[in-house]
Design a binder for this molecule. Structure first.
Ligand code: HPA
Length: 285
């Protein structure tokens, strides 16, 4: 696998910088299944389809629109990815995580990433919102494999705090304030696209996973590598395979994602609003 040259990231960033004039996003929001509509709440929006950006791949997954919406959300300058790329669509990890690095070059300091996931923890019901405290990635490939680009980060990045502790705590306090129940847990990344087998889910539980899903971890790894703060939130749309006596389906996941979206978006927006910048500053109001 070829490493994507730094110059390509820079060309994509330069293109966006020209489109955005003097606007520079501070937060990159990657929205998972069912939450894409949050992009419609962005004020003074500028939409840029991925296809217009040099070197960008397009999203093919259903329910993913495939564009950035830049603007203001809860006082923050944001870039919202309405539609993300997945490894199971055939993209390489460097392609999946490409937008994270481009937004980093544009100055974004924080990644908020959401997803729909299966619930592995038997003590939680389907519909649980989970703050990602950590992840397990058994997939052998890494988005950081290949030549390291030191402009982004070190060859062997520390992974002891991929999900920024202060943002995990913030999510808990925002949830408590708004009366939204949340759990904290470990997300196991599976490449998909097939849902897991019951044996894989039993294995996941033995390994210490609370949730399982097909996204987010590549982006979080790359964001951590280039020094961004990361907040990951999962909506556990279904009990994972083998827990209930019923097959899993995308229709069920999308239905549950739609049913949970008020709580989910209230939590995400609350975190966005209350989040201190990396230098400790609050959002301009
Ligand atoms: N497994 C993997 N990914 C998912 C699931 C699941 O059960 N539900 C939603 N995304």
């Amino acid at each position: 696998m070829e490493t994507i040259p730094f110059a390509q990231y820079q060309e994509s960033a330069d293109y966006l910088a020209a489109r955005l004039r003097d606007f520079r996003p501070e937060v990159l929001l990657i929205l998972g299944s069912g939450l894409g509509y949050l992009a419609d709440q962005v004020e003074e929006p500028l939409a840029v389809p991925y296809g217009e950006i040099p070197h960008f791949a397009r999203s093919t997954a259903p329910g993913h629109a495939g564009r950035f919406v830049f603007g203001r959300l809860r006082g923050r300058r944001v870039a919202v990815m309405q539609g993300r790329l997945h490894y199971y669509e055939g993209y390489s990890f460097p392609q999946v995580t490409y937008p994270v690095r481009v937004l980093r070059l544009l100055g974004a300091e924080t990644l908020i990433v959401t997803n729909a996931a299966g619930c592995v923890n038997l003590n939680w019901p389907a519909g649980t919102l989970m703050v990602m405290d950590d992840h397990i990635k058994l997939a052998l490939d890494s988005p950081l494999r290949g030549e390291n680009l030191p402009q982004f980060g070190p060859r062997f990045p520390d992974s002891s705090q991929v999900y920024t502790p202060a943002l995990r705590t913030l999510a808990a306090s925002v949830a408590a304030e708004q009366g939204i129940p949340v759990e904290h847990g470990v997300y196991l990344y599976m490449p998909g696209p097939q849902y897991e087998t019951p044996a894989e889910i039993r294995a996941a539980r033995l390994l210490g996973a609370d949730a399982v899903g097909m996204s987010t971890v590549p982006e979080a790894v790359v964001a951590g590598h280039c020094g961004m703060q990361v907040l990951g939130i999962s909506l556990l749309t279904n009990m994972a395979a083998g827990i209930l006596d019923a097959p899993l389906s995308e229709a069920e996941v999308l239905r549950a994602a739609a049913a949970g979206r008020e709580r989910f978006s209230a939590l995400v927006l609350g975190c966005l609003e209350k989040m201190p910048g990396p230098d400790g500053t609050m959002a301009a109001t």
